[in-house]
Design a protein around this ligand. Structure first.
Ligand code: ATP
Length: 230
């Protein structure tokens, strides 16, 4: 579904990705693991289009999207949750989540919200509260639910577990499994290898802008856990 070939990303003189190739097939949950600065966010951000590719190609279902501006990529059915709990602080929890589903009809939005509230109960109990008053973990749930709200074909999650208590990690993991069961293809990054390896089907371990290991969860487990301690 997603085919990345020889992708290069540079920030000024810094090479963040050095000819990285990766694939995400229909229905997979693929994890990009690696320590801080490995290049995980750069890869996700170039798929969504907010970081330009200096070289290489990104194809979605055989169409090259590297040159399509970020604003046009949602039309391809890509949902994106950025690193670091980005919520609209002065908007309600419900409006934050439904900001990701603006293209849906009112009835479809209600349905989408009910489904997400069954996965994340705080979306029901805090629906009318301002997102700015939520805890960090709750804000992360809101950002992830927003990315899921339009039922994207390809869901990109950048460090969904970062800094979260186990209760939130479990809820997010259950939601990821549910979306995968319904056919959503998922690409996620994570520094925390242990919970990430539990939800992924396949993965890549990155270091210094390169892929150093790839394969099934079993194939990459040891290398991923080593990176975890670096
Ligand atoms: P993190 O978990 O810290 O986000 P990461 O694996 O996602 O790590 P990237 O954020 O992709 O890594 O960063 C890869 C490299 O690019 C790092 O050396 C980082 O310092 C550098 N970098 C990232 N964003 C920028 C930027 N906007 N300007 C300059 N350098 C950047």
């Amino acid at each position: 579904m997603l085919k990345i070939r020889d992708l290069v990303v540079r920030y000024g003189g810094i090479t963040a990705l050095d000819r990285v190739s990766a694939d995400v097939r229909q229905g997979e949950t693929v994890i990009l693991l690696g320590a801080n600065g490995a290049g995980k966010s750069s890869l996700i951000n170039s798929v969504i289009g907010i970081v330009p590719a200096a070289a290489g190609t990104i194809q979605l279902d055989g169409q090259t999207i590297s040159a399509v501006p970020a604003s046009g990529r949602a039309a391809y059915g890509i949902g994106y949750s950025p690193e670091g709990r980005r919520v609209f602080a002065s908007m309600s929890v419900r409006d934050n989540v439904l900001a990701g589903a603006a293209r849906l009809s009112r009835a479809a939005q209600r349905q989408a919200y009910a489904k997400l509230a069954s996965l994340f109960p705080m979306l029901e109990s805090r629906a009318n509260d301002l997102a700015g008053y939520l805890s960090g973990g709750q804000q992360q749930i809101v950002a992830i639910a927003r990315a899921m709200s339009a039922s994207p074909r390809l869901l990109l999650l950048d460090e969904p577990f970062l800094g979260l208590a186990p209760v939130w990690i479990q809820q997010i993991s259950a939601a990821i499994r549910q979306f995968r069961a319904e056919g959503t293809t998922i690409l996620m990054t994570e520094q925390m290898a242990i919970p990430a390896l539990k939800v992924a089907t396949r993965g890549y371990v990155m270091r210094g802008g390169l892929v150093i290991r790839e394969g099934s969860v079993e194939d990459i487990r040891e290398s991923a856990l080593t990176e975890d301690y670096l």
